[in-house]
Design a protein around this ligand. Structure first.
Ligand SMILES: *[C@@H]1O[C@H](CO)[C@@H](O)[C@H](O)[C@H]1NC(C)=O
Length: 348
């Protein structure tokens, strides 16, 4: 009886797999078998059949990838470094998307190199306009650099097949980029219109639960800026950061994260990914009062995300590990090795 049941289960699993491979769902990008032509030519597939559906966009996606050297000729902004790093993210962790983080180089080269490294490793890339913490108009140059890539004859045709999405700033409201008010919303709308004209989705990467601006003062709904951002976004890229709530210990962090996911699903109602979330494996200047940090806590934090794979599948929410390298004790790489050794997040 038991064996019969088991073999029935195995057979139906095989049939399911066969069906999945023969449908165009499984041949999609970046979670399926679809591959980018290595010569930067456009795949012979329409964009609507290229990208995988939201139902496949859950669980571990990849890393935030800091690019915080303003000198565009610095190694870290070059193709070789990105190509090597992207390959490791994919091979060692199963990453499918790279989230460019704080690209300080204001020239097209940094975006071109990320795009090429994405093609070489068959990975998607999230572009991000540099916010400069709201201190300057550098976002205009960063934005122009992206526009130049999209308009170029070499990269333009392939770009919508590699660029998963493009964020008009990381925490732009928190940091007051472009004034952080109506002017910002107007410029987000223009950015989105431009990106959408290339069939690329646009939005921002932000803490949506910020009482008084992104959310209402009592936190029960979106605030006026939050509503305006939602109306001008194709998706919700969210920062859920219990690390900055000193009263939440690492062991309590999951219930906070899940509550936030439910809030976003209910209030923002757009395709959602957690683009930023973190814990530290040692003292960190970003929150020097933070206790409950260490390699053990860091490992516990990320392994909990991984363990909740089925829950992320139900929510259709993906997450990124913050960061690869360059943000001190948030990094997965330290002393030349991985802080969590022999760990490859599951595909569930
Ligand atoms: C890397 O080495 C330094 C110096 O020995 C140490 O303080 C640090 O904790 C190490 N990093 C990790 C993640 O163990």
């Amino acid at each position: 009886m038991f064996y019969q049941t088991l073999s029935t289960v195995l057979i139906s699993a095989r049939i399911c797999r066969a069906l999945a491979t023969s449908s165009n769902v499984a041949s999609c990008f970046p979670y399926g078998s679809a591959t980018l032509p290595k010569d930067l030519s456009k795949p012979d597939v329409s964009l609507k059949d290229w990208w995988c559906p939201q139902s496949m966009a859950y669980g571990f996606q990849g890393f935030s990838y800091p690019l915080e050297e303003a000198d565009c000729s610095h190694n870290s902004n070059g193709y070789d470094t990105m190509n090597t790093d992207f390959a490791k993210m994919k091979k060692d962790f199963g990453a499918t998307i790279v989230r460019m983080y704080y690209p300080l180089c204001l020239q097209p080269s940094v975006f071109e190199n990320a795009l090429r490294a994405g093609v070489s490793n068959n990975m998607a890339v999230i572009f991000q306009v540099w916010t400069d913490f709201g201190n300057s108009d550098q976002w205009k140059q960063s934005q122009q650099a992206i526009y130049d890539v999209l308009a170029s004859s070499k990269y333009g045709p392939i770009a919508p097949y590699v660029i998963h999405s493009a964020d008009f700033g990381s925490e732009p409201i928190t940091d007051g980029m472009d004034g952080g008010g109506q002017q910002f919303v107007d410029d987000l709308a223009l950015f989105r219109k431009k990106l959408n004209s290339y069939s690329i989705r646009a939005g921002i990467s932000e803490e949506w639960d910020r009482p008084g601006d992104m959310s209402s003062s009592d936190g029960s709904s979106l605030g006026s800026i939050g509503s305006a951002i939602k109306a001008n976004s194709d998706y919700c890229h969210a920062h859920i950061m219990p690390y900055y709530h000193n009263s939440i210990s690492v062991s309590q962090s999951w219930s906070y994260i899940e509550e936030q996911i439910e809030w976003l699903k209910a209030k923002v109602q757009l395709p959602t990914m957690i683009t930023e979330t973190q814990w530290a494996w040692g003292p960190n200047t970003h929150n020097s009062a933070r206790k409950d940090v260490g390699v053990q806590q860091y490992t516990q934090y990320w392994k909990k995300y991984d363990a909740m794979c089925e829950t992320f599948k139900q929510y259709e929410v993906g997450w990124f590990l913050h960061t690869w390298r360059g943000e001190g004790t948030f990094d997965i790489i330290d002393n030349g090795t991985y802080v969590i050794p022999d760990w490859k997040p599951q595909k569930c």
